[in-house]
Write a protein that binds this ligand. Sequence first.
Ligand code: ADP
Ligand code: MG
Length: 220
Amino acid sequence: MLEIHNICKSFRGVKVLETIHLHIEKSAIFGLAGPSGCGKSTLLRCIQGLETLDQGTVNCRGRIGFMFQDFQLFPHMTVLQNLTYAPDLKDKDKKAEHRRQAESLLRDLSIEFKGDAYPKALSGGQKQRVALARGLMANPDVLLCDEPTSGLDVSTTMDVVALLKSINKQFAVTIVIASHDLDFLTKISDRIALLKNGALAINIDPKQYADPVDFLKRYY
Ligand code: ADP
Ligand code: MG
């Protein structure tokens, strides 16, 4: 589904990603772990085509959707406007269709009653659902999530685990999640790769380990 071959990326001469190879299976939930500053967000941006690569290639079959860190909802727009804004810009003739799709996604994520609310009136978990719905508006084959649980409490984090798993099943979408939260990643991921100083230290199936968090920590 997603083939990353030999990627290198530096910013002003400082290497951030170094010869990254990754193969991500269709419909997998793939976790990208590692401490803050190790290059997770940069790698997601490279996959999305938002960065020019110094070297290497990204091959993705299908459309990519993106869920930003800290939600990045437009504060002056309602939930429905947040969802339809980009699709409407891209395709002005399909506004009614976008609106129907947005309402349907809000129903899927059980927040249909918040369509006319502004982001400031939402809880952290509800903002997360809206950000997720917005990422799904592009009908992505691959959804990239950057730190989807940052700022959420434990019980809301568990909601996000359930939510992403159900999205993964329902839409057969491949999900790549960057997070520094190993507990969260091991609960949700089919595979986890650990980035360390811009290089891939290890790539494992967490189910093969009695204590995958402890195992991953050894490579930090
Ligand atoms: P993570 O998401 O794992 O915390 P990032 O990918 O955000 O890490 O950042 C990795 C490194 O690249 C950091 O040292 C960061 O300062 C640097 N970096 C990221 N984006 C830029 C940029 N646009 N210009 C310069 N340096 C950057
Ligand atoms: Mg980041």
